[in-house]
Design a protein around this ligand. Structure first.
Ligand code: RFL
Ligand code: PHB
Length: 385
């Protein structure tokens, strides 16, 4: 088999890259170890920043997003006794949208622009420094295949083989806590997301639709979700989110999904080695507190698709040569923002830290400069920043 761009991984990075390349007149083939149904059902991110919405819209993927997604002006930040609204639209002229990663994934599949081989195995990269790199794999019928390409795009997440094919430097941070996340069949108890600091630990009230809520609790690393009954989760969420505070109520409902998510960060640099380019979680992971993971993947492949179209169609390698530096500028900005939100809101062992966090929260919610800094990062800088 031969194509121009061999894409490894059919998550949002891989499928969106294939879609953008097809629109630019460049052929791609996507290889994915999982089934289409499995990839479509994974519950992950839920917030799209303004530039992601604009990009998806300009790529012809915005119709359902704009009809069924929900635009939010901002978020609430709170600690016991106080809740403050940060209005991103007033502060920056930009907004965010609630639209699940599952929905973005469905829209990409429905667009039908990507040629995807699902349920492949033994994916291996070859000759990434040569003119003609290739990927070998075993297809869903058990046949050994070789896919030759001009370029390989590693969009295979943090556990895929692409990272290992790069002699890159990795910067890492593991956080000493995890999130217990639930999906619940109940109308959200809030109009916009609530990020709550509490002595028991951080809590987040998010949502997917007018009838589906998504909520998180900070828990110790190694927590077994089986140790958390639905009642215990709702009780703890009520405490941390301030049920009863100024008449606000948290309405519990049936829990349809429960999982524990470790919090870590890494950045692999550079994001290019010869004819191998990394994008999305294959190159970087951020803790979810800043809602950046999916948005960074979208920003990466926007830059990468432009670079590959210019190189492979118009024979201009300048954008491809600049890709790693261009992408990493935003990656480090989002890595810092995610670290900052995480360390401001999660409870650690040191009471001194807790006082610093409260001071920081008071500053961010009362100073225009503080609020604007958070808003600018959360609502997202323009792609290419
Ligand atoms: P993905 O979505 O992980 O897709 C990578 C794809 O590569 C496939 N793959 C392979 N394919 C071929 N050959 C191989 N050898 C392969 N190995 C792996 C995988 O099956 C998969 O389909 O990465 P991508 O496209 O870069 O997209 C990034 C986003 O998915 C990610 O940043 C966010 O979802 C992060 N994230 C969350 N972000 C939030 O803002 N809020 C959340 O609540 C949230 N929850 C999450 C998350 C990430 C998670 N992961 C990656 C562990 C929950 C989880 C569990
Ligand atoms: C989510 O809805 O899953 C979500 C929202 C905001 C975050 C993290 C996760 O910061």
């Amino acid at each position: 088999m031969r194509t121009q761009v061999a894409i490894i991984g059919a998550g949002p990075a891989g499928l969106l890259l294939a879609h953008l390349l097809a629109r630019g007149g460049v052929d791609a083939v996507v290889l994915e170890t999982r089934s289409q149904e499995y990839v479509a059902a994974r519950i992950r991110a839920g917030i799209l920043e303004q530039s992601s919405v604009d990009l998806l819209t300009s790529a012809g993927l915005g119709d359902r997003l704009r009809a069924e997604g929900h635009e939010h002006r901002g978020i609430y930040l709170q600690w016991p006794g106080e809740r403050h609204h940060l209005d991103f639209l007033d502060l920056t002229g930009r907004t965010v949208w609630v639209y699940g990663q599952t929905e973005v994934q469905k829209d990409l599949v429905a667009a039908g622009t990507a040629l995807v081989h699902y349920e492949v195995s033994a994916v291996s990269l070859h000759d990434v420094l040569a003119e003609r790199p290739s990927v070998t794999f075993v297809d869903a019928d058990g046949a050994e295949q070789r896919l030759e390409a001009d370029v390989i795009a590693g969009c295979d997440g943090s556990f895929g083989p692409s990272r290992g094919a790069m002699p890159a430097r990795t910067f890492e941070r593991t956080y000493p806590y995890s999130w217990l996340g639930i999906l619940a069949e109940v109308a959200p108890s809030t109009d916009e997301l609530i990020y709550a600091w509490h002595p028991n630990g951080f809590a987040l009230h998010s949502m997917r639709s007018p009838t589906v809520s998504r909520l998180y609790l900070q828990v110790p690393n190694g927590t077994d979700p089986a140790g958390w009954s639905d009642d215990r989760i709702w009780d703890e969420l009520a405490t941390r989110l301030g049920h009863g505070q100024d008449g606000w109520k948290l309405t519990p409902g049936p829990v349809t999904d429960k999982s524990v998510l470790p919090m870590r960060s890494y950045v692999q640099t550079p994001m290019r080695h010869g004819r191998l380019f990394l994008a999305g979680d294959a190159a970087h992971i951020v803790p979810p507190t800043g809602a950046k993971g999916l948005n960074l993947a979208i920003a990466d492949v926007t830059l990468l698709s432009r670079a590959l179209v210019a190189w492979l169609k118009d024979d201009d390698p300048a954008l491809a040569d600049g890709y790693s530096d261009d992408a990493l500028r935003r990656v480090w900005r989002c890595t810092h923002f995610s670290w900052w939100m995480t360390t401001m809101l999660h409870i650690g062992a040191d009471p001194f830290d807790a006082q610093l966090q409260l001071s920081q929260l008071k500053w961010v919610t009362t100073s225009h400069a503080g609020a604007q800094g958070l808003a600018e990062n959360y609502a997202g800088l323009p792609i290419g920043f």
